[in-house]
Ligand binder design. Structure first.
Ligand SMILES: Nc1ncnc2c1ncn2[C@@H]1O[C@H](COP(=O)(O)OP(=O)(O)OP(=O)(O)O)[C@@H](O)[C@H]1O
Ligand SMILES: [Mg+2]
Length: 272
């Protein structure tokens, strides 16, 4: 039986690509670390993870190595052996990198990711998980394990909104506490003729938090490899900090966790 702390998992999810999951996951990790928490940022976008690109890291070991190790010797597994560290002034957090090759990504099982994340929870205050835009077995497992699901949305085109609606209804159907799901709007002031109020009516919920569009700040952060909460005092950085402050005031120990039955049950909940 493992002992020690049991960190919170913050899932960053969306039902469309390029909504800002990676950028926001990185900035959550950076802000949490500058608040003094021990943080690990896990790249569970196994095939096309971008965290190391965005942070200019060259990892020696990845989640693929961790997945092999946890399968071979679960008892002696220590996820800390597979992490890289991102440092910039007062910011310092660990990174579990995505696999280098697609075939490695393909072979990682959901149970291995689950065991890795559980191990990380015992070693960090917060584990921020960057995911993909799909209701896959792995993403459903991450949702089950999470303290908070940051469901990122963007209001640009009708199909994106339609998919957000499907995603919202689906996550609600999983039976979590309402407070576990935080609907966050990204790129809020990007040009669109779609009314926010109409979108919220359709989704049946208000956005918990709103992040503005700031192309320059986002681009500079990716080009320099420095999280934007650190470098610039922009509206986007301010809104990111505010979101994290709201999470840290409310997240720890307050959102009851719902445990799934096993890997087969995650997808089974949809298809039974
Ligand atoms: N608030 C914002 N303002 C301006 N640009 C943003 C904002 N959020 C994200 N972006 C930009 O949008 C692009 C996509 O962001 P990101 O890679 O984080 O999305 P993602 O959801 O992780 O994508 P994927 O589904 O491919 O993993 C990036 O170029 C990023 O800089
Ligand atoms: Mg991404």
């Amino acid at each position: 039986m493992e002992e020690g702390r049991r960190g919170s998992i913050i899932d960053v999810f969306s039902t469309a690509s390029a909504v800002g999951k990676t950028l926001i996951g990185i900035n959550m990790a950076a802000e949490l670390s500058s608040q003094g928490y021990d943080v690990c940022l896990a790249d569970v976008d196994l095939q096309f993870g971008d965290i190391c690109n965005y942070l200019h890291l060259m990892p020696e070991r990845t989640i693929a190595d961790a997945a092999r190790a946890v399968k071979e010797a679960p008892e002696s597994f220590d996820a800390r052996e597979f992490l890289d560290v991102y440092r910039c002034d007062d910011i310092s957090f660990s990174v579990l990198a995505a696999p280098i090759r697609l075939d490695e990504a393909y072979n990682i099982e959901a149970t291995s990711v689950q065991n890795i994340l559980q191990n990380l929870q015992f070693n960090f205050d917060f584990v921020v998980v960057d995911t993909t835009s799909a209701f896959s077995e792995i993403n459903l497992m991450v949702m089950d394990m999470s303290t908070i699901i940051t469901f990122l949305g963007i209001v640009d085109f009708i199909p994106t909104i339609k998919n957000m609606k499907i995603g919202c209804d689906t996550i609600r159907g999983l039976g979590y506490e309402d407070s576990k799901i935080r609907l966050v709007l990204n790129r809020s002031n990007s040009q669109t003729k779609i009314e926010l109020g109409d979108v919220e009516k359709l989704l049946g919920d208000h956005f918990y938090h709103v992040l503005p569009n700031d192309f320059e700040a986002a681009r500079d952060s990716i080009m320099t490899g420095v999280p934007l909460v650190h470098t610039r005092n922009t509206a986007l950085a301010g809104a990111m900090r505010e979101l994290v402050a709201r999470y840290t005031n409310q997240a720890v120990e307050q959102v009851p966790e719902k445990r799934g039955g096993g890997v087969s049950s995650w997808l089974g909940r949809f298809f039974n």
